[in-house]
Design a protein around this ligand. Sequence first.
Ligand SMILES: NC(=O)c1ccc[n+]([C@@H]2O[C@H](COP(=O)([O-])OP(=O)(O)OC[C@H]3O[C@@H](n4cnc5c(N)ncnc54)[C@H](OP(=O)(O)O)[C@@H]3O)[C@@H](O)[C@H]2O)c1
Length: 238
Amino acid sequence: MDPVASYHDPERPAPGARPWVLVNMVASVDGATAVDGRSGPLGGDADRSLLGILRGLADVVLVGAGTVRAEGYGPPRTPPTPVAERRTARNQAPRPRLAVMSGRLDLDPAAPLFTGGDPSDPPPLVYTTSAARAERLAALAGVAEVVVADGERVEPTWLLADLHARGAGTVVCEGGPGLNGQLARAGLVDEWCVTVSPRLVGGGAGLLAGPPVTSPLPLRLAHVLAEDGFLFCRWLAG
Ligand SMILES: NC(=O)c1ccc[n+]([C@@H]2O[C@H](COP(=O)([O-])OP(=O)(O)OC[C@H]3O[C@@H](n4cnc5c(N)ncnc54)[C@H](OP(=O)(O)O)[C@@H]3O)[C@@H](O)[C@H]2O)c1
């Protein structure tokens, strides 16, 4: 099967006044999402290739600040040609915009995420709260578009409504488990893509952190692809 077609051909209708939300994660066979605090050892060439294919669907790649810090996030790159052509056909920007959710704003303004993007791209979005320290807000103001929510935390529903108002139709969330848990508990996940990595790891957090969802969310299996011992699973909500 052509993985680009498998992920890019399906329709993703707008689910109301918010973008379509696709969560993409890699987990070991036993459900671990990190080895020594990073997801890299779980991946492989096929998984990295799929990450680019899925990012290529996104108007916005959404990620929690914990993942940005743990993984040393950089800016989204131009996707490979077949994906780039599909983006052009869908009238999407050449590269998705990154959006980071952070309360403390413990983010380095000199990090590649903020300084290494294509000069023609808009800066990353950083969603934070009115409780954030003024000096941290000021430090990021020159390298990011900082969006401040009232209160102690950013409500995912509010964040997605803001992205929708900015024209985002598809959001690819790359975790981590803390952000995934909030999206799932709020019923905001439309598509759940998990790479099952042929490793046994133990310990560590699973794909969803925090309290359990009120009642288990039903998912429909859309496909499973296999390569190099990895399984690429795609489920749809409902
Ligand atoms: N296997 C995979 O595919 C995969 C993918 C992603 C991440 N990971 C792993 O997951 C780990 C990190 O995950 P995590 O769950 O600790 O972190 P996370 O979900 O990436 O980020 C949590 C952070 O996001 C911010 N945040 C979350 N909800 C917020 C809200 N409602 N309002 C304001 N800020 C909010 C806070 O940032 P502040 O602390 O700045 O306030 C919080 O500490 C790492 O080990 C990483 O390697 C694995």
